[in-house]
Design a protein around this ligand. Structure first.
Ligand SMILES: Cc1cc2nc3c(=O)[nH]c(=O)nc-3n(C[C@H](O)[C@H](O)[C@H](O)COP(=O)(O)OP(=O)(O)OC[C@H]3O[C@@H](n4cnc5c(N)ncnc54)[C@H](O)[C@@H]3O)c2cc1C
Ligand SMILES: C[S@@+](CC[C@H](N)C(=O)[O-])C[C@H]1O[C@@H](n2cnc3c(N)ncnc32)[C@H](O)[C@@H]1O
Length: 585
């Protein structure tokens, strides 16, 4: 998609246009986008400033903005930058492009550590050292904009030239940009075509011509003069978290990342005694064959979680993360078709996941594998009790253990199955199941296993002189004691999937309950006077961190890192809507 001119200017092959001029790109970015949006002066008295951009490209505008932000006076303020990009550049391309500006090296460092090939969707990158959030919306800008709800203070319109890249300069694009823009918010663009001006005016912008940069005659800038419907950002007062499992601790850590205090209450003497207390947990997404709300949420939250683990590891903090990759066996042709459709629908890059043959799978696994598989390269498994320690450390000092029920308002209820006692939740489509895992003395035939294998059940590589395999799904009425028939079921399933006679020696196990919902999504958001954060089913370790970020963002009035349709799919009111649909059908 990209070629480089002789002086190393990046040029798009698809659009036959330059991303920016190598010689004066930074000066142009500062002149067009920053100066004509009143930046940095408008930052002076604002605790939170949201910039949105069409066309992330090599991120030059973003880093030019961040460079000024770093020098700002108000160190407590937050910068939120949302950028829309259909053809994301590869990390090495961005690195090469930015090498032209050594002065941006420092501000781009933490981004370059986080940035990787991304699938379609919304990806929140945290540049905590700069108090900055970068949301990258990967996909067609118009499609993404219709799913975007965060009020914007300043727009950068930076598509390729309107003649070569007309999709980014349509009437619909500017209507959508105006829909999310705040009254009196500003925009700037290097373009000056009269049709662009007309579309902007039709979208209620008051447009002015300004002298263009360098040899360009004109550019456009202006402010939103009218607003029919104002998007009100949410802001909840809830800072009392009930439940110290992965859901509660993840949320507390996201408040703390923003220097906001929250109180964490756990009825047990210790945290992670409930569902979250297994010795190891897989971290991988739930992928459907099309871009469903579940699939998008799952992929986005798994990637968000992995970025956080890597950030901790880079900082030298032990978080119990094993970045081994995961092999998900495609042991029937329907599964293979579904996953292939899913990989294509989400444009999942091969660096993240790809189909591998059984020989390739065997090489990866270290044991013979008898079916093709999806290799989730970046996935792996985490030690929850080590993760718990770092989450506690990153959740601030205020923990209490209390026998309080949910009466203390306003609270965020992260109590998993204990929430089933609340009468308003009674008729929801719950999936409440007991699950057991087995601890095995590692069978000889699995000693060389290097990565977790998922086949309906799962087997993890040897860890601390034993293996863990799972898991069963049955009634919570069976209780938390270990059941021999469950151990046998786990062994049978592993033997069938791996074509091995294992007869493992069982050294123990653990049983707990999973509270999920039929659509496999958690409930995250308001319900009467409380906020709910429950229903993670078998995906708490992949889904709870982004859900925590979502809730903390909403409590603090920060834009959320999700498409509108995905956000809505997590709300409690989806059940009322589903019930109405059933009643009227
Ligand atoms: C066998 C099995 C294997 C699994 N494997 C995986 C896996 O590999 N990967 C994965 O992602 N997920 C896995 N899961 C699912 C995962 O464990 C759950 O999704 C996750 O633990 C749910 O976390 P939670 O914080 O919602 O609930 P919990 O961990 O149960 O936490 C709820 C907490 O709330 C506390 N509480 C209750 N009432 C109150 C109150 N009134 N006030 C204060 N505190 C209260 C409880 O004591 C508890 O500590 C597995 C589950 C099972 C059963
Ligand atoms: C001029 S470049 C942006 C330069 C960038 N702002 C920077 O500072 O490096 C234009 C960008 O728009 C992207 N683009 C083009 N059409 C798009 C569309 N329909 N939706 C989203 N992005 C698009 C291109 O891939 C390209 O990265």
């Amino acid at each position: 998609m990209l070629r480089w001119s002789q002086n190393s200017t990046p040029i798009s092959r698809a659009f036959d246009d330059i991303y920016y001029a190598r010689s004066a790109g930074l000066a142009e970015s500062r002149y067009v986008f920053l100066k004509h949006n009143g930046i940095p002066d408008r930052w002076d008295h604002t605790p939170y400033f949201h910039i949105a951009e069409l066309g992330f490209g090599a991120g030059l505008n973003f880093f030019a903005t961040l460079d000024l932000w770093r020098q700002r006076r108000n160190k407590k303020a937050r910068l939120h930058f949302s950028s829309f990009e259909k053809f994301p550049l590869k990390p090495n391309e961005i690195r090469k492009a930015l090498s032209a500006w050594p002065e941006l090296e420092e501000v781009s460092r933490s981004f370059l550590l986080e940035y990787e090939d991304l699938p379609r969707g919304v990806h929140r990158l945290e540049l905590e050292d700069q108090n900055t959030i970068l949301d990258l919306w990967i996909g067609d800008a118009l499609e993404s904009l219709t799913q975007f709800q965060t009020p914007v203070d300043a727009w950068y319109f930076d598509g390729f030239s309107p003649k070569k890249n007309p999709d980014l300069w349509t009437k619909e694009i500017f209507q959508e940009a105006s829909r999310v823009a705040k009254l009196d918010s500003t925009f700037a663009t290097y373009a000056a075509a009269s049709f662009v001006r007309q579309h902007l005016e039709a979208a209620d912008y008051c447009v002015e011509k300004a002298p263009g940069f360098g040899r360009k005659r004109d550019m456009l800038t202006g402010r939103l003069a009218k607003k029919k419907i104002t998007l009100a950002p949410l802001s909840y007062p809830h800072r009392n978290i009930l439940g110290g499992g992965i859901a509660g601790l993840s949320l507390a850590s996201r408040f703390f990342a923003r220097n906001e205090k929250a109180r964490l209450n756990e009825v047990n003497e210790d945290f992670f005694r409930g569902g979250s207390g297994n010795p190891l947990a897989l971290v991988m997404p739930n992928l459907s064959s099309s871009e469903s709300a579940l699939s998008l949420f799952s992929l986005q939250s798994t990637l968000y979680t992995l970025r956080q683990y890597q950030r901790w590891q880079r900082a030298g903090h032990e978080c119990g993360w094993h970045s081994s990759g995961i092999l998900q066996l495609l042991n029937d042709s329907k599964k293979e078709e579904r996953f292939l459709l899913g990989l294509a629908a989400h444009r999942i890059p091969p660096s993240l996941a790809q189909l591998v043959s059984r020989d390739e799978a065997s090489d990866i696994a270290g044991i013979k594998i008898h079916s093709p598989a999806i290799f989730w390269r970046k996935s792996g498994y985490v030690e929850p009790h080590t993760l718990k320690e770092i989450l506690l450390k990153n959740s601030g000092p205020s923990f209490t253990t209390s026998k309080d029920k949910a009466e203390e308002t306003p609270s965020v209820i992260c109590t998993a199955e204990a929430a089933l006692g609340l009468s308003s939740l009674k008729d929801w489509p719950w999936k409440f199941q007991r699950g057991q895992i087995s601890f095995w003395q590692t069978p000889d035939s699995l000693r060389k296993l290097r990565v977790p294998i998922v086949y309906g059940g799962y087997a993890l590589p040897e860890h601390k002189q034993r293996m863990i395999a799972g898991s069963t799904y049955n009634s919570p009425e069976l209780g938390s004691g270990l059941i021999d028939a469950d151990h046998a079921k786990i062994t049978d399933q592993a033997e069938a999937a791996l074509h091995l006679r294992l007869t493992p020696e069982i050294s123990g196990g653990r049983a707990s309950n999973r509270l999920g919902l039929r659509d496999a999504l958690p409930v995250v958001g308001p319900c009467e006077a409380q906020l709910l954060n429950i229903g993670y089913g078998s995906k708490g370790f992949s889904h709870a961190l982004l859900a925590g970020e979502l809730l903390a963002s909403e409590c603090l009035g920060i834009g959320v890192p999700l498409q509108t349709k995905v956000r809505e799919a997590l709300l409690a009111r989806r059940f009322a809507i589903q019930n109405q649909a059933v009643l009227s059908s």
